[in-house]
Design a protein around this ligand. Structure first.
Ligand code: CP
Ligand code: NVA
Length: 332
């Protein structure tokens, strides 16, 4: 399958066959690396990594994936470069296209990355916007395949929490693209926007997947192979919204009770990370002090650390899947 020079701005830039091909390639690249027989397909390539929001996994995954494959990276942010405040996206895209073979962008709106891609001559990868987190989806579905032994169209999973942000949107649309059974448990005010729901509904006829949006955890959890959640306040949102979010989402915490509601002793817990499961971070401590939630926010410490938790496998797979997207689009 030829995916050379393709952008990855959102999940539906690829067909389900193309998306699954990238996951299969990531599984192969993971095996190559573990067995120390990796074949470098990106020798001499250069990748620009623009981050207008902070990152641990996405940045490190792009860098290590590039180095493993013989490529080089440059990290750019809004403070130490001209991007955004002194130079437009369109001008930045045209400059970087002269130096680099691909550009990764993490920023705010989808329209910014769309503009970057429009003016760039080289592939652009979305490392997270407010709307979508497509490279995370490759890792999430790879992890679900590995831990269930099922293909995506056989998997049932529940997303619990703030569903109108990048993770909720992306899980909904990717699930519909690949034909999985997704249930979203969230207060109605935090469901994905109507246009996102419409995209997902439009994919079901071809994929055969199913979607349930509900406010009721009891309806969303039975039979789920996986429970996903995400932080209740995303990057770029004001600190002020924490109070309202905790009120809305307090009863949607992933805890032992929620896990038991799946009725599935093999059900696994997933989280894109970073996550608030204890008070060992500044924000986690501050919110716990303000709200009195002493046992984690979106997930309890016990569930996070339990046998059911596959969050670090999921984090590892960011590396293999990000490598797959680069090898497929700019590799030999
Ligand atoms: N999951 C994820 O995107 O993590 P980072 O914000 O650390 O890149
Ligand atoms: N929804 C989170 C995801 C972080 C990877 C955020 O945008 O901050």
């Amino acid at each position: 399958m030829d995916l050379k020079n393709r952008d990855f701005l959102k999940e539906i830039d690829f067909t389900s066959e193309e998306f699954l091909h990238l996951i299969d390639l990531a599984i192969d690249l993971k095996a190559q690396k573990k067995q120390r027989r990796e074949i470098q397909k990106m020798v001499g390539r250069n990748i620009a990594l623009i981050f207008e929001k902070s990152s641990t996994r996405t940045r490190c995954a792009f860098e290590v994936a590039a180095f493993d494959q013989g490529a080089h990276t440059t990290y750019l942010d809004g403070l130490s470069s001209q991007v955004g405040h002194k130079e437009s996206i369109a001008d930045t895209a045209r400059v970087l296209s002269r130096y680099y073979d691909a550009i990764q962008y993490r920023g705010k709106t989808q329209s910014q990355i769309a503009e970057l891609a429009e003016f760039s001559d080289v592939p652009v990868y979305n490392g997270l916007t407010d709307e979508w987190h497509p490279t995370q989806m490759l890792a999430d579905f790879m992890t679900m395949i590995e831990h269930s032994g099922k293909r995506p169209n056989e998997i049932s999973f529940t997303y619990v929490g703030d569903a109108r942000s990048n993770m909720g949107n992306s899980l909904l649309v990717t699930s519909a693209l690949l034909g999985a059974d997704i249930r979203i448990a969230s207060p109605k005010a935090l469901w994905p926007a109507a246009d996102v729901q419409e995209i997902a509904q439009g994919l079901l006829a071809k994929s055969g997947g199913s979607i349930l949006l509900t406010e009721d955890m009891d309806e969303a959890l039975p039979g789920a192979d996986f429970i996903h959640t995400d932080v209740w306040v995303s990057m770029g949102e004001s600190e002020e919204v924490w109070k309202e979010r905790v009120e809305l989402l307090g009863s949607y915490q992933v805890n032992e009770v929620a896990l038991a509601k799946t009725g599935n002793s093999n059900s696994k817990f997933m989280h894109c990370l970073p996550g608030f499961h204890n008070e060992q971070t500044t924000v986690g401590r501050e919110i716990a002090n303000k709200t009195g939630m002493r046992d984690g926010l979106e997930v309890t410490h016990d569930v996070f650390e339990s046998e059911a938790s596959v969050v670090f496998d999921q984090a590892e797979n960011r590396l293999h899947t990000i490598k797959a997207i680069m090898v497929a689009t700019i590799g030999d």
